[in-house]
Write a protein that binds this ligand. Structure first.
Ligand SMILES: Cc1cc2nc3c(=O)[nH]c(=O)nc-3n(C[C@H](O)[C@H](O)[C@H](O)COP(=O)(O)OP(=O)(O)OC[C@H]3O[C@@H](n4cnc5c(N)ncnc54)[C@H](O)[C@@H]3O)c2cc1C
Length: 633
């Protein structure tokens, strides 16, 4: 007798939620946490529950530009920074010889622990349900998203839907001449969802990226490599972490050489990234090893970092060896590297191409312009990187809740946060290649530092209930102490005694001839706060983070003041709001190209309009005149 299966009714919603998040990557985790912690009932549905918060590529969080995002996520109440502080295996502060605007902590993660730890955090949330399923359709009624449907026909109803599907939309893996559909190695792609997005009127594009091989540490001759230890003490990423006590593990540095380059050159036609078989643009800033050799033939060697995958594994990630080559060529090339002569690959590197949704189709809240209550976050918006994804997830999680509560959207502008820069770049300019954050993308770098993200943003996190009162009060105390100490240093005088001048000489700075305030001395490039102790008669015990805050505020006082004045000007343009239904087609005198651009982007402010490429200052002047008139009509 044939077994009887229960027929699934396609119009029956299994359950109703306030917010449904599709995809358990870095964007999805922060989105689900923010919306459930704000008190709404949320569902996180993902194609493989065991791979929540999986790091598809490098096992590391932070680094240049990216750590600014991580600190901001932390200040707003996101969980990425705390999670890496719990599960990191090596921590370093980058750019310590440069100014405070570009100093950046970076941490190597234990890839497996990071995943498990984040899943625990999600599981603990009482308003959040986790379920496994491959979503194939966004259900839309009257231009509003109202639910989702899975591959097995189950439907869930949601007041807001957040899509965070990463590289999975029509994902196609390429290795040498071989290609096969996959969301990432070993996981199903999401093919039908792309069609559903097209059906609801969204335009899709194609991008590609690649990842290096993982190798067996037991087959590496470490004695031939350069050891790279972490910092002591390890710098944490979260404002709430006092100290990292876990043992740190070293990374190792190796180099390619002539022989490696010969193997690569001989096999260039093997790589889909060179032959053009991989469709869409790759990330220019993170080229594959074959692209590096082809583009910079004069370079004699390239760095390769062996980064441990975790504490309980002997696997290493071969950073710097991103590739689309076949496994055979990967192995042949690796065997030419000193120390890797006998290396075995545990997981080959590969390239992947995937659909993305060009992000100019989004509002600054990350809601789609076409379908209400549908938010898009992470790699689906053309970004690359865990931090970029998490930042968008957090913002969309907050905005989805505000939307269903009928409250005003939460937008960070370019003068407040790197998150503001990221989202503004995406929705205003769009992107043609995978977008990643760099400090050079921000206009107000001296204000948007890693160390002061709490001062800039914690008030918002606290207001939304994502930052505890205790953490917020600690942050306020820190900045009160900084202010107090600056005032004290302005008033405290150093006398031009022999002892003081000897000390100044030792620091390599000029002696003083008259009473000079300690703040003036600290402003000198050679002087550090810790040096003042020896001439400060009324020395205070302050923490290292307060000392850092005092030093930066005094040393960069002039620059900070100038940047704040520029921000004032910037804010005036941002505050000139443009209604979303403003009809640009009717504006006489506006060039056709500008009309088209403005009609398609629909900027929310004159500031945003002025950043659209192709919209020039004369268009903006005209727009200002019309807006004034329109207001009074
Ligand atoms: C091969 C490769 C190389 C990369 N190289 C780099 C790099 O060099 N530098 C860098 O910064 N970043 C790199 N990345 C990107 C980095 O992994 C992503 O930017 C980041 O993980 C994106 O986060 P996300 O949350 O948007 O998506 P992901 O982390 O990809 O998570 C997507 C989630 O959605 C789930 N999902 C997808 N479709 C569905 C569906 N239909 N239904 C239910 N669940 C679904 C998946 O299971 C997954 O959990 C690379 C990624 C890959 C795959």
């Amino acid at each position: 007798m044939m077994a009887k299966y229960k027929k699934v009714s396609f119009r029956t919603f299994k359950k109703e939620y306030d917010v449904i998040v599709i995809g358990g990557g870095h964007a999805g985790c922060e989105a689900a946490l923010a919306s459930s912690r704000m008190g709404t009932r949320a569902l996180l549905i993902t194609s493989n529950l065991d791979n929540i918060a999986h790091m598809s590529c490098n096992p590391a969080i932070g680094g240049l530009g990216k750590s600014h995002l991580v600190r901001e996520i932390d200040a707003l109440g996101g969980k990425m920074a705390r999670n890496i502080d719990r599960t990191g295996i090596q921590f370093r502060m980058l750019n310590t010889k440069k100014g405070p605007a570009v100093q950046a902590p970076r941490a190597q993660a234990d890839r497996r622990d990071y995943r498990i730890s984040m899943r625990k955090v999600l599981k603990k949330e009482k308003n959040l349900n986790l379920t496994q399923g491959l979503v194939e359709k966004i259900i839309v009624k009257g231009k509003k998203a109202i639910g989702i449907k899975t591959q097995t026909g189950i439907e869930y109803k949601g007041k807001a839907i957040i899509l965070a599907t990463g590289t999975f939309l029509r994902g196609l893996i390429l290795m040498g001449k071989v290609s096969f559909p996959a969301g990432r190695m070993g996981e199903f792609p999401a093919d039908r969802l792309s069609d559903s997005l097209k059906d609801i009127g969204l335009k899709l594009g194609r991008l590609n990226t690649c990842t290096p091989p993982r190798i067996e540490g037991k087959t590496v001759n470490f004695s031939k490599l350069i050891k790279q230890p972490g910092d002591t003490p390890p710098p944490p990423l979260s404002f709430s972490t006092k100290e990292i006590e876990t043992k740190q593990i070293p990374c190792y540095l190796a180099f390619t050489n002539d022989a490696t380059h010969r193997v690569i050159k001989k096999n260039l036609r093997d790589s889909p990234l060179i032959t053009g078989k991989a469709r869409g643009l790759p990330p220019r800033y993170c080229p594959s090893i074959e692209e590096k050799i082809a583009r910079f033939p004069e370079k004699k060697r390239h760095q390769i970092f062996l980064e441990p995958e975790g504490r309980d594994t002997t696997e290493y990630y071969v950073n710097g060896f991103f590739t689309g080559f076949s496994e055979r060529v990967q192995l042949e090339a690796l065997h030419t590297v000193k120390g890797l002569e006998k290396v075995e690959i545990t997981k080959p590197g590969y390239a992947i191409e995937y659909d993305f949704v060009p992000p100019t189709q989004l509002k600054p809240s990350l809601e789609t312009k076409r379908v209400k209550n549908l938010f898009l976050v992470g790699q689906i918006n053309g970004t690359s990187g865990y931090e970029e994804a998490a930042a968008q997830g957090l913002m969309a999680g907050i905005n989805a809740v505000l939307k269903i509560r009928g409250k005003e959207t939460f937008i960070l502008d370019r003068s407040e946060a790197y998150i503001g820069v990221l989202i503004d770049d995406l929705v205003t300019k769009g992107t043609r290649e995978p977008y990643r954050m760099f400090t050079s993308r921000a206009e107000h770098r001296l204000i948007l530092r890693c160390d002061n993200a709490d001062q800039r943003l914690m008030k918002y996190g606290h207001r939304f209930g994502l930052v505890s009162r205790k953490d917020y009060e600690r942050c306020q105390r820190k900045y009160t102490q900084i202010e107090k100490e600056i005032k004290r240093l302005r008033k405290s005088l150093a006398r031009p005694t022999r002892r003081v001048n000897n000390l100044l000489k030792k620091l390599g700075t000029d002696s003083i001839k008259e009473d000079t305030s300690l703040s003036q001395i600290l402003k000198r490039p050679e002087a550090r706060y810790k040096d003042l102790v020896k001439i400060d008669e009324d020395e205070r015990k302050i923490s290292s983070e307060v000392a850092q805050g005092v030093e930066i505020a005094l040393k960069y006082e002039g620059y900070i003041k100038r940047e704040l004045e520029q921000i004032e000007k910037f804010k005036r343009l941002e505050e000139k709001r443009i209604p979303l239904d403003f009809n640009y087609s009717k504006l006489e005198g506006l060039r056709i190209e500008s009309k088209e651009k403005l009609n398609s982007i629909r900027p929310v402010s004159i500031g945003q309009a002025s950043r659209i490429s192709g919209v020039n200052p004369s268009d903006i002047s005209l727009l200002l005149v019309y807006l004034k008139r329109w207001k009074f009509e």
